[in-house]
Ligand binder design. Structure first.
Ligand SMILES: [Zn+2]
Length: 216
């Protein structure tokens, strides 16, 4: 996500901040307590996400800038930097698929599912960012993801993400997925910091959608 993408407004009273995505009166860019996770979080994103104020990948990058990278997925062009990372010996890379119902319809995928195990390599997770439909498309149409082990999440809490209509129940948004990953890999402290920031985002978003400044 770069400056060439202007995040859409959620209220016609205020422009959206291009960093956190919130209306500028509720910008939370300076309210994060930055973390630096050991696990790398690589977001492979549909272009539409770059415009969506409800996107949570940019929020993750704001609070965890050194270990989060966002890559644009394009049908006709491969994300070269990401492919280079995948090929590097120092990383143990997993792809995270928003699984749930996929189990029944795709046995092959089931065979690729693994339990996360720590190694002496740096753990990296690729998170697909988009609507459920977009994420599935990215997964299906990206040959460079085909050889990777699939990490599955069984979140033990319900998603708090209610900023989009038509979300599939039980699916986590991108930052929630990242939080769950960090719990699995044992980075509890950073996971908590990110979760606090995410909660502030949700509150600020809801107030901002009504054109209000978040007080307190
Ligand atoms: Zn901001």
């Amino acid at each position: 996500m770069d400056k060439s993408y202007q995040v859409k407004r959620i209220t016609n009273l205020y422009q959206s901040c291009n960093e956190c995505g919130l209306p500028i009166i509720n910008c939370i860019c300076n309210k994060s307590v930055p973390v630096c996770t050991k696990a790398k979080l690589w977001i492979l994103s549909s272009e539409r996400e770059f415009y969506r104020p409800s996107n949570t990948a940019r929020l993750l990058r704001l609070i965890n800038p050194d270990s989060t990278e966002i890559f644009l997925w394009e049908r006709t062009k491969s994300p070269k930097q990401l492919i280079d990372y995948i090929s590097m010996e120092k990383y143990a890379t997993f792809v995270l698929f928003p699984t749930e119902n996929e189990k029944l319809e795709n046995e092959k995928l089931e065979n690729r599912k693994v339990e996360f195990k720590r190694t002496d390599r740096i753990t990296a997770f690729i998170i697909l960012d988009g609507t459920w439909k977009e994420a599935r498309k990215i997964f299906r149409k990206s040959d460079f993801l085909k050889g990777l082990p699939v990490a599955s999440l069984e979140p033990n809490y319900a998603s708090n993400y209610d900023l989009r209509r038509g979300a599939v129940e039980g699916n986590l948004c991108t930052i929630e997925a990242a939080i769950e990953i960090l719990k699995i890999t044992g980075e509890i402290g950073p996971a908590q910091n990110i979760e606090d920031y995410y909660k502030l985002f949700l509150k600020s978003y809801r107030a901002g959608a009504n054109g209000h400044e978040l007080k307190g």
